[in-house]
Design a binder for this molecule. Structure first.
Ligand code: C2E
Ligand code: CA
Ligand code: CA
Length: 828
């Protein structure tokens, strides 16, 4: 989510403050004008009232009284009516006092003259009244004249005073009017100023602010209605509305992000749904009230729950009840019990764990519970019925050989460990017998794998019956077996006795599929603790002993002795040396001629590898070739042999072939055909001049692939010879598996030819067979003229042996050829 920063300054606020200030100033001005006008008016009106109207009124009252006083005095009765006169005098006195009161009340300095004249007036009045009563009319009139003079003067004074007061009042009224006009003027000016200033300002603000605010409000409304396509106006403005617009823009961005999130969440929810319903395990989630929050399809299917029971809000008790109702029986009813118990326990404890339960229908369910924060839990239900069965089967497989039912290598090693512990505790000694069946491969190959399997089962039975109870027989794999012989004092004698027994029982013929089969066994023995105190050590030594036994010939038992280790280490040293032999140029190719027995002379040479060891001198290929095969070095050596032989052969007469031996191990690598082709190309030798010699052992391995390669090589023009014919188990059957060009009859037959007629018969038969199959025959190991005579007699086509030539280095081939040009003739 994006946030918006607060931006200063604030021009819109400043504008509004200006308008407000202007309005306030206008109001203050108007108020001041009104106050000043009111104050003045009050003052003026008070003055008007006090100094004008009231004073004028007082003056009028005084004037009226004075007038009454004057009439009283003037109309006073004569001396004849004394009583009336006295009443008039008294009334005049009252009026005079009244005037005096009013004048005093007026407190007006202007009335001062009136006040000062009043006693004089009263005096004149009294004299006039007195003279009227006492004196003559003339005197009375004179006195009255005095009185009237004073009264007139007073009247004038009052008049003057009254007109003064009226002037004052007029002046006040004038002033009031003038001030009113001034104030009205000011108010007009202020109002105009306010209208002039506030009007456009407000209009400008209304247009500039309200319009933009409305646009933004509209945008907000549309955004609120998820119309995120709307563009936010006023975004570039530098005032508060710009701020607001930018805030709205942020709101919009957030709304967009929210929308995107919403879509993402919807997508995730979809995925979650798919994932949930495609989970291999059943899942259910309950809240703290034990009500279902969610469950998946597997869960529903696991417990056969219909949709209305498996909907959110259903209580666990309902689900369990439903299950119990439809699955009566104690075991089945277990579900509600454990479900509810777990639910209660989980709700309170909040721990997680896994349990396995058996349903009444034979299924086994594994349930993992995980408490949820704030109560409730999630559980995963897995139908582990098959898994349990598989585990059981696996544990069987882990310990027992599935074919024979006896212990397997793994279990044997466990037993060995136990035996070692007991031996270490001095309780027992024991022997390990390592067994390898002789001729098993041949049985397997000739009678087929099912027969081989039957043989292995029978061997296991015989072995089990040959040992004492407590001894452990195991199949280690293939045709290898082992026996762990226990006892209080098992030593070499006891072990050899058991080995002899085993040899006996296994050399008795077996009857398999109506055929009688004979095998044997080679046994290596290691004794504990004399030959090792670890399982590895004992096994290694038993294996070394077995290796020695096999090398010594079939049916042999050999007890391990430390001398074997030296042999083994010498072999290892040789192996190590072999690794660098080719690089050091210690390998050479020697050649032994093959001679045609029908006057053809030297037809070719067999390439035989030689190792010129720095310390040991010449090492026989019979010794190092098997080593190279074991270590995988045969690949490199084989390539060298092919390349070198082809190169050397190029210089020979074009009629001569070169025969190169191929090891079965070379066929395992994928590049044999390529290697041959490269050797030919590299040397420039035509393929027809190359012959490859293979042995029967090659045909024991993956036949289809092997013959495929052989066909491919033949397709190139290379000829293929079957070497050492007659040394294998069922040679004749191999002749069918591939149309060889040549059969090389093993020297063991040739050697015995002069003395054993049966050998002559065999060789003859082979030559006849080969001729029928279109194959050439070669007799190997022809050392004497007698050998030569016999092989010729038997019908062999070619011969090879010391009689003609021993294997010689490449550079001697030419001199041999030179001497032996008429060889064919000699041989003939
Ligand atoms: P092989 O292929 O049967 O070779 C013939 C063996 O008989 C050679 O032994 C040869 O020297 C020997 N020999 C030849 N004529 C006579 C004879 O008149 N009397 C006797 N007693 N022996 C004779 P070598 O050279 O010691 O080779 C032994 C074996 O080593 C070969 O048997 C072959 O299987 C293997 N070998 C030799 N060179 C190579 C090679 O380059 N590659 C492979 N894979 N194996 C090779
Ligand atoms: Ca050979
Ligand atoms: Ca041979």
């Amino acid at each position: 989510m994006i946030r918006v920063a607060h931006v200063l300054p604030r021009p819109v606020a400043a504008q509004l403050y200006c308008v407000a200030a202007t309005a306030v100033l206008a109001v203050i001005g108007l108020a001041l004008a009104a106050v000043s006008y009111t104050t003045h008016s009050t003052y003026t009106v008070t003055a008007l009232r006090d100094d004008g109207i009231t004073a004028a009124g007082l003056a009028a009252d005084v004037e009226l009284l004075l007038e009454r006083h004057r009439r009283m005095i003037a109309s006073a009765p004569s001396r004849y009516d004394r009583l009336e006169m006295r009443t008039s005098a008294r009334n005049a006195e009252d009026v005079a006092r009244h005037i005096e009161d009013l004048v005093a009340q007026a407190k007006d300095p202007f009335m001062g003259g009136v006040a000062a004249s009043l006693p004089v007036l009263v005096g004149h009045a009294r004299r006039a009244l007195f003279l009227r009563a006492t004196a003559t009319q003339n005197e009375a009139d004179t006195a009255l004249q005095d009185y009237i003079r004073v009264a007139n003067r007073m009247q004038d004074q009052i008049h003057l005073h009254r007109s003064e007061r009226i002037d004052v009042a007029k002046a006040g009224v004038d002033q009031l009017v003038q001030r009113g006009e001034t104030v009205a003027g000011w108010i007009l000016v202020l109002a105009i100023a306010a209208v002039v200033l506030l009007g456009p300002m407000s209009a400008w603000i209304i247009r500039g602010i309200v319009g933009r605010l409305t646009a933004i409000t509209d945008t907000m409304r549309r955004l609120a209605n998820t119309d995120t396509a709307v563009a936010v106006p006023s975004i570039a403005d530098a005032d508060e509305i710009g701020d607001m617009a930018r805030a709205v823009q942020v709101f919009k961005s957030n709304a967009l992000a929210l929308q995107a999130n919403q879509k993402e969440i919807e997508k995730l929810n979809g995925w979650f749904d798919i994932a949930l319903n495609n989970m291999a395990r059943g899942l259910s989630m309950f809240d703290s009230e034990q009500h279902l929050i969610v469950c998946n399809r597997t869960y529903r299917e696991l417990y056969n729950l219909p949709a209305e029971i498996a909907k959110p809000g259903t209580s666990l008790a309902q689900i369990a009840g439903y299950w119990a109702e439809r699955n009566p029986g104690a075991a089945a009813a277990a579900l509600p019990a454990w479900c509810l118990a777990e639910g209660a326990a989980l709700s309170s404890s909040g721990f997680a764990h896994t349990e396995t339960h058996s349903l009444g229908d034979g299924r086994v369910i594994n349930v993992s519970y995980q408490a949820l924060d704030g109560g409730g839990w999630v559980d995963l239900h897995e139908d582990v019925t098959e898994k349990r069965r598989a585990e059981w089967r696996i544990s069987q497989l882990a310990h027992f050989d599935p074919l024979t039912g006896i212990a397997n290598r793994h279990y044997f090693l466990e037993c060995l460990d136990r035996a070692l512990k007991r031996a270490a505790a001095g309780e027992e000694t024991f022997a390990v017998l390592w067994l390898d069946l002789d001729r098993f491969k041949e049985v397997n190959d000739t009678l087929g794998h099912p027969a081989g399997d039957v043989l292995l089962k029978l061997v296991s039975e015989r072995l089990t019956s040959a040992v004492r109870s407590g001894d452990q027989v195991a199949r280690l794999g293939g045709d290898e077996f082992a026996i762990l012989q226990w006892g209080a004092a098992v030593g070499e004698t006891e072990a050899l006795a058991l080995a002899a027994r085993v040899c006996d029982v296994l050399s008795a013929p077996f009857s398999i599929a109506g055929q009688t089969v004979s095998i044997g066994v080679s046994i290596g023995v290691a004794l504990a603790p004399a030959h090792g105190d670890t399982a590895d050590g004992l096994i290694r030594n038993a294996d070394i002993a077995l290796y020695q036994a096999k090398s010594a010939g079939r049916g042999t038992t050999i007890v391990f002795c430390h001398e074997f280790e030296h042999r083994i280490s010498a072999r290892r040293r040789l192996q190590t040396d072999l690794k660098t032999a080719a690089e050091l140029g210690q390998m050479e190719m020697h050649y032994q001629p093959i001679v045609g027995l029908r006057h053809q002379g030297v037809l070719g040479c067999e390439a035989l590898m030689r190792w010129r060891h720095a310390e040991r001198g010449m090492v026989s290929p019979a010794e190092f070739i098997p080593l190279a095969e074991e270590t995988g070095l045969i690949g490199d050596l084989g390539r060298f042999a092919l390349r070198q032989a082809c190169r050397d052969a190029v210089s020979w007469p074009v009629t001569m072939k070169v025969a190169v031996n191929l090891s079965a191990a070379q066929f395992v690598a994928l590049d044999l055909v390529e290697t041959v082709r490269n050797a030919l190309l590299d040397a420039g030798l035509p393929a027809t001049r190359l012959e490859l010699e293979v042995t029967e052992t090659l045909l024991l391995q993956d036949n289809a692939r092997t013959t495929g390669i052989l066909h491919e090589l033949r397709g190139m023009g290379v000829s293929i010879a079957l070497d050492d014919f007659g040394t294998g188990y069922a040679s004749l059957s191999y002749l069918r598996s591939f149309p060889f060009d040549k059969i090389k009859i093993d020297q063991t037959f040739v050697r015995d030819l002069p003395d054993r007629p049966d050998c002559v018969a065999i060789v003859k038969a082979v030559c006849g067979l080969a001729a029928t199959l279109g194959m050439t025959t070669v007799a190997e190991g022809v050392e004497t003229a007698a050998h030569l005579a016999r092989v010729k007699e038997a019908g062999c086509d070619e011969a090879q042996g010391y009689l003609f030539c021993r294997p010689v280095p490449a550079d001697e081939v030419a001199s041999f050829l030179a001497q032996r040009v008429p060889m064919g003739a000699t041989a003939g």
